[in-house]
Design a protein. Sequence first.
Length: 198
Amino acid sequence: MEKNENQFTEAELQLINAFDSDVPFRVLQTTDETDLKILQSQSSEIVTKSLDLAHLIQRMYATVTNENSKGVGIAAPQIGINRQVILVQRVDKEDRPFEFYINPRIIWQSEILRVGDEGCLSIPNVYQPVKRSLVVTIEFENLDGAIHSETVEGYVAVIFQHEIDHLNGILFTDRIQFESELNYIEAFKKNELFYLSK
């Protein structure tokens, strides 16, 4: 019987289930050649009705909230699994909860851009300004397979764009290179610098 490519592979299952749900994964680093190859690879969709997927999400949460790898978001490729799963800290909500998004994709993004410094758990000691859409609409699934969409803006939109880039094998340092080939009209709003792509 042919295996469904949207199911976890045996190697992925071994990595996911190697430890209990409260044990963090090792975060892959761009300074390691093997890690970098995974980080630069396209991630595949995953079926949502899976106990293993729930365990993956729990361990990703343990990773992104761990003092040694604390961040505002994490994508499955960063822990060695090229699957379309991300966690995002919703700093726009009360208590700033982390929420998971399965098979997420950006279905709309504003032409108006926001510029801000970014770092990455997988790129040690690098912080650089990146231009991102100020507003994006995300489509994603939950663990029951239901499809949802949501529009987010500002810093939360930046986090989503950063993590979804990971699913496409794009690092924020790559994004900076892409930006260098574009033209912008600058505009000021309060104390933040915004750009309108041209």
